[in-house]
Design a protein around this ligand. Structure first.
Ligand code: C5P
Length: 300
């Protein structure tokens, strides 16, 4: 056996409702996570201690060593299992960093999956999800990908059905945004306002189940969008341009700055991506599909 390998998709939030800050500093969410076909690859082979080799287009933008979430995931899993953390990790970074696409969470989830297999741990998916939740709010979703409702701080998941694949364009920026800074800005913008408990949007869930992109487009919503655009005013231009180019709907993905636009079909997504790329409102426009799932941890 040379290595154990998997791939984990980026996610967008089709809808992201954010409640007031909780006593633990997190915010209660009602969100729908949606994996999209842009993947990081995570591999583990036998090693001494935990090492990390970063490759791919976003390798240079990714923290290395103990600041890397994949490394922390391997260490957390070993500690949970009561064994020594010995793994040589390799992460191929195709998901932009600090982009609102949960790329770091994807790497953490991938590391948990490949290390469980490498170390032949007898650990259920539910137990792995508990280790994942301690690493970050988006990590439990990334263990499976697909589509799921997320409650709590994002870690309480219920898988959802999707009628047919959806076609999206991701407008990626060169400069990341810090997730805690975006949540903090939202609290500042909301000060003095009464913030209701976040609720799941049944219209979104029904449109997803039916695979009805036309109904889904106008229902896309992200409470963090306002705060992300306050920190990065150019996002308003990006969103306007996507709509003017004929997107069925558009929103900031997670805490941004990536914007996600819904297209009618594959051809429309390619046209929209070309239009966004040409307009100069983003560094990169990528046509992707969803839902996309996390792969099994394979030995090779
Ligand atoms: O869970 P994770 O480590 O990814 O969260 C990063 C930061 O984002 C948290 O420290 C917190 O500031 C903010 N956050 C939040 N409420 C959530 C998820 C994240 O306030 N539900």
């Amino acid at each position: 056996m040379r290595q154990v390998i998997t791939r984990v998709p980026a996610k967008i939030n089709i809808v992201l409702r954010v409640g007031p800050p909780r006593a633990d500093g997190y915010h209660e969410l009602a969100t729908v996570f949606h994996g999209v076909s842009l993947y990081d690859e995570v591999a583990a082979s036998p090693g001494k201690g935990v090492s990390l080799d970063l490759t791919g287009p976003y390798a240079n933008a990714t923290p290395g060593g103990g600041g890397n979430l994949a490394v922390r995931a391997a260490q957390a899993l070993a500690a949970h299992a009561g064994i020594r953390a010995n793994a040589a990790l390799r992460v191929h970074k195709a998901i932009p960093v600090a982009a609102g696409l949960a790329g770091g969470s994807a790497d953490a989830a991938g590391a948990l999956l490949v290390c469980r297999r490498l170390w032949e741990l007898d650990l259920s998916d539910a137990e792995l999800a508990r280790v994942a939740a301690r690493l970050g709010s988006d990590v439990p979703f990334a263990l499976g990908g697909g589509v799921a409702r997320g409650g709590g701080r994002g870690e309480r998941l219920r898988r959802l059905a999707v009628g047919s694949p959806l076609h999206w364009v991701l407008a990626v920026s060169d400069d990341g945004l810090s997730t805690p800074a975006v949540y903090k800005r939202l609290d500042v913008l909301r000060s003095g306002r009464r913030v209701p408990k976040p609720k799941f949007d049944q219209a979104v869930i029904a449109a997803l189940r039916a695979g009805d992109a036309a109904a889904l487009g106008p229902a896309l919503a992200n409470d963090l969008g306002e705060a992300a655009a306050d920190l990065r005013p150019s996002l308003d231009d990006t969103l306007r341009t996507g709509r003017e180019l004929g997107a069925l709907g558009g929103l900031v993905s997670g805490s941004g700055p990536t914007c996600a636009f819904l297209a009618r079909d594959e051809r429309h997504a390619a046209e929209l991506a070309a239009g966004l790329q040409g307009s100069g409102v983003c560094a990169n426009a990528l046509a992707v599909t969803g839902p996309a799932w996390t792969g099994p941890a394979l030995r090779e």
